[in-house]
Design a protein around this ligand. Sequence first.
Ligand SMILES: Nc1nc2c(c(=O)[nH]1)N[C@H]1C(S)=C(S)[C@@H](COP(=O)(O)OP(=O)(O)OC[C@H]3O[C@@H](n4cnc5c(=O)[nH]c(N)nc54)[C@H](O)[C@@H]3O)O[C@H]1N2
Ligand SMILES: Nc1nc2c(c(=O)[nH]1)N[C@H]1C(S)=C(S)[C@@H](COP(=O)(O)OP(=O)(O)OC[C@H]3O[C@@H](n4cnc5c(=O)[nH]c(N)nc54)[C@H](O)[C@@H]3O)O[C@H]1N2
Ligand code: SF4
Ligand SMILES: [Mo]
Length: 675
Amino acid sequence: MTELTVLGACHHDCPDTCAWEVTVVDGVATGLRGSAGHPFTRGTLCPKVNRFIDRVYHPERLLTPLRRVGPKGSGEFEPITWDEAIGEIATRMRTLIDAGRAESILQFEFAGTQGEIQMGVMIDRLFDAIGASDIKRELCGVTASRGAAEVLGVPFGVEPESLRHARTVVLWGTNTRITNRHLWPFIEQARADGALVIVIDPIRTDTAREADVFVQLRPGSDVALVLALVHVLDREGLIDQPWLIDHTTGWDALRASAAQWTPAHAAKATGIDAERIEWLAHRLATEQPTGIRALIGAEHRENGQEILRSVAMLSAVLGSWREVGGGFARSVGIWHESALTSQVRPERRTFNMARLGEVLNDSNVDPGIEMLFVHNCNPANILPDQNLVVAGLERDDLFTVVIEQFMTDTARYADIVLPATTQIEHLDLSPAWGHFYLALNQPAIEPRGAALPNTEIARRLAAALELDDPRLHESDEELVRDLLDSGHPFLDGITYERLAAEGWARLAVPEGARPHIDPLPGIPTDPMRLGALEHRPGRETTDGDSQLVQRFPLALMSRKQHPKFLNANYGGFTAHLPSSGQPLLQIHRDDAVARDIAEGDRARVFNDRGSLTLTVEISDVVQPGLVAMPFGWWHRSTPEGRAVNALTNATVAADDRGSAYFHDTLVQVEKAVGN
Ligand SMILES: Nc1nc2c(c(=O)[nH]1)N[C@H]1C(S)=C(S)[C@@H](COP(=O)(O)OP(=O)(O)OC[C@H]3O[C@@H](n4cnc5c(=O)[nH]c(N)nc54)[C@H](O)[C@@H]3O)O[C@H]1N2
Ligand SMILES: Nc1nc2c(c(=O)[nH]1)N[C@H]1C(S)=C(S)[C@@H](COP(=O)(O)OP(=O)(O)OC[C@H]3O[C@@H](n4cnc5c(=O)[nH]c(N)nc54)[C@H](O)[C@@H]3O)O[C@H]1N2
Ligand code: SF4
Ligand SMILES: [Mo]
């Protein structure tokens, strides 16, 4: 018997990027545990990934290439060989390229794995080389980043771990206990040292229940809250004027914007009592350091960028960046990205990924999409306006290829499905967006069945297309070494060999470094940019288009809420589904009573995009006027074969940048016939 321990890291799109150790007995993975020595992982994984070995050996794993034999979406496939699969795909690509229609091929991908080389590097080179159409990968994080950038220039946030030095921790629209669970011990540490933990969220999340103070604001009203806080800070002389003068520009414009936003005025927009706003302003200013943590939730709105901009401004007005423990702790992905070698990429035709449904169905798109190549993504589930996306995937004249580990909602619509390896079967370099530790993920077992890494699939396609640029044929190890070879100071002392031996290494950033204050490579120390700020609710909110509100008077939110889900990775696995066995519609008692709906009834929730019939849970998680549904359920686990995104709003900003307005979604709810 041979027993090995192999060092790796979780690939999921999760800020924690846990380092792990895989136990392998005679070539079979038998155990997986979080690395005890890793300062963020601290020896534990999470309820999603504790069963990861079951995912690897799951009976439904895709282990061979498949060709569709039934109608699209029927799930009827026959196994084929890799040579047949690659041959057929390459022939179709070649035909389009030779006809001058390379742009009718659309590469569609996201962060199913966050490992650098399996996520993109090699497969991007392939599609760059043929000049296919691309997407703006902006469904997550970009809107928030743009909001922060307006204030910070290059939006480096403070190290999340540093929150343990805060006296006031504000979790602003982030559900830490569920979505970023390894940060919680640092917050608990701060609390043990006397810190107060405040949650600002429209929904009474699991995190809100564990906070000291829960501020339940009306959805999308954060800018109004910030304006009122600035108003009080100014009126009460709570602002450190010398700091403000030295470190910011644009105060006069912000001050003018805040002038009318008395707490009493803001109470209506935000739903928060004036006294509470007064208290909050005093607390944030006088019990510093105040560390503000935000991730993604609030960005999925028409005014999402402005919300994150306003929060970044508040951190500047508070002067909270002065001390370690203060400042704005948002995604730190940029610390890793700026350190790794970046690829030089050619210009390609791009579409905002949230608009896939529209792009596939719009006859004005020229050239129209004839081939869709999906990897690391499950668009039929995770994109807004799901019915439109599915209608696009059903098109008979669309040839769809999906690289997947499982028969996801998207893979079901493919013409060819290619089986992908899981994280313990391939090599990767794993940066993180929730901490400063870079990990090397080493393969622990051989690929199962005929599964292949995305990188190898790209190399085989490049060979079949007779593309001989050596960069299209580099090995996985060469790709990783190249990423580490940037010469960036954050990688000082970090080599492939060290990562192979130790599993992970901290970026060479001194503990306690204060971005935008201390001189750090690539991080501007220019004054932070304040400016005019306006509370402008989105069109599809209860304060938005009155005609729409009349027909659809309730706001619908669909956040990440199940501890055993990670986006749509586990929403079809019995062991991961909540005991309800189906997604529930959470509604406030007032709204239920007004509709004669009782707990356990079935209700129809609908708008112009779709309709779902669900069992109702009456809950104080939501406030009046707001209903909620979980995100991530597979079609096969939902009563009508459609998940919450059948209802959500696919609109993006006019410049085609940023995330969709998922949470700016209006619906009506009515008791279902036959209850
Ligand atoms: N209603 C609603 N919708 C949302 C959100 C929400 O809060 N509410 N959140 C949005 C956000 S923030 C995000 S990030 C997106 C997530 O959207 P996605 O990135 O599409 O979601 P995931 O389910 O994380 O991953 C997609 C797939 O990647 C596959 N995968 C993993 N590793 C590999 C690999 O090595 N190779 C290949 N080929 N495939 C692999 C997995 O099997 C999985 O099916 O969803 C968005 N959609
Ligand atoms: N268990 C689990 N963990 C995950 C994921 C998962 O699916 N499951 N997904 C991962 C991914 S891809 C991401 S991007 C992160 C996201 O991590 P988070 O951003 O923490 O999670 P979300 O659920 O998207 O949204 C967080 C909160 O934003 C709130 N919110 C929505 N609108 C507003 C608003 O207008 N104002 C304020 N103040 N709050 C608002 C929601 O109610 C929600 O509680 O989580 C990651 N971690
Ligand atoms: S999903 Fe997140 S918390 Fe769970 S093991 Fe992966 S990185 Fe860690
Ligand atoms: Mo995300």
